[in-house]
Write a protein that binds this ligand. Structure first.
Ligand code: SD4
Length: 343
């Protein structure tokens, strides 16, 4: 049935977006591409900027692996965002970062609980390429980064994070917010904020296909704000926050990491695609699995998956509405609004 309120709401948002120069949102699945046409997709509104850097590489016949590293470095370096060293600290007041990367040949690397290093994604790539290991954590990861020439950044919190932390200390209650976006009026280049000024997500995940038809992915995060010291989420865990199987597809996740880990989320989505499901249907099936496990608690968490298959089809699904993802290929550069379990 025609819903006048919904129609007015979306027309209003559309006009506002146009006025502010914001790319309008598209609903549903993007058009299918064929292998050989490069494409990059990434989570949240910040994905628009990150995709541009990835596209620089993809459009020049570069490797998907280089593209996904370069893309998320933009977000890690951004002062305007909630990923990277400017982000919210843990409950003891320290920013700790997690990241993972995976190429078309099951090579993968990750770092977790990494402090004072600006580009954890590049350290993850060095772990993949220069060590016999997949994962380095904490002081060991930092030591490796320094040995590889990454500078040790100052310990100080960003102004935004300081303010958020002071605010949080008033109650010191760990209460993860449901990650949603598309609500801030200043367009995708503005930081995503809740009404109380806090950021509402902490991650960027990116997957891409290059002109050779190869897939790769990256994921980088400051983790959930005000987490316990030492807590890791899904993002640095291969198979949870990120998974790439070059025969099938590439998937990344965002949202409450504990619940992504519980079902080996990104790997699960790849396996569902292997069984013949489209990226969107596979993401949906994985989300439904989490919803079933969580029962009533599903209403208070967010998890979203974003997937690209070997045919160049793209899909996403989230528990809550308000998950956006950005797509860039030779034809379009757009933010898409994901379908969700709760509407
Ligand atoms: C985590 N999945 O550390 C991340 C958080 C996230 O947007 O995606 N926030 O659990």
């Amino acid at each position: 049935m025609f819903d006048r309120r919904k129609f007015l709401h979306s027309s209003l948002l559309g006009s506002l977006g146009t006025l502010l120069g914001v790319k309008s949102f598209a609903a549903g699945e993007p058009p299918r591409l064929t292998t050989g046409q490069p494409v990059v997709i990434s989570t949240w509104d910040d994905g628009l900027e990150a995709n541009k850097a990835a596209w620089e590489i993809l459009s020049r016949q570069g490797r998907a692996l280089d593209a996904v590293e370069a893309g998320v470095r933009v977000t890690e370096a951004s002062q305007n965002c909630c990923v990277g060293l400017g982000a919210n600290p843990d409950r003891d007041g320290f920013v700790t970062l997690d990241a993972s990367i995976m190429d078309e040949s099951f090579n993968c690397g990750s770092v977790a609980f990494l402090e004072r290093i600006k580009h954890p994604i590049s350290v993850a790539r060095r772990v993949m390429e220069k060590t016999p290991h997949v994962m380095l954590v904490g002081s060991g990861a930092q030591q490796f980064a320094i040995a590889e020439g990454f500078p040790l950044e100052p310990l100080e919190l960003s102004e935004d994070a300081k303010r958020n932390y002071q605010q949080w200390l008033k109650t010191s209650e760990y209460k993860p917010v449901i990650n949603i976006e598309n609500r801030h009026p200043n367009g995708p280049s503005a930081p995503a904020r809740l009404e109380n000024g806090q950021w509402n997500h902490d991650t960027i995940g990116m997957v891409a296909m290059d002109a050779a038809g190869n897939l790769s992915g990256s994921c980088t995060t400051s983790g959930m704000g005000f987490k316990m010291r030492g807590r890791l989420g899904d993002s640095p865990i291969i198979g949870a926050g990120l998974f790439v199987d070059n025969e099938i597809g590439a998937v990344t996740a965002t949202g409450q990491g504990e619940d992504v880990i519980r079902i080996c989320g990104s790997h699960t989505v790849v396996e569902l695609m292997r069984q013949g499901l489209s990226p969107a249907a596979a993401c949906r099936r994985a989300v439904e699995r989490i919803v079933k496990i969580k029962g009533e608690k599903a209403a208070s968490i967010q998890v979203a998956f974003l997937a690209l298959n070997k045919k160049g089809e793209v899909g996403a699904y989230a528990i809550q509405k308000g998950f956006s993802y950005a797509l860039k290929n030779g034809k379009e550069e757009k933010l898409y609004r994901s379908e969700s379990y709760f509407s």
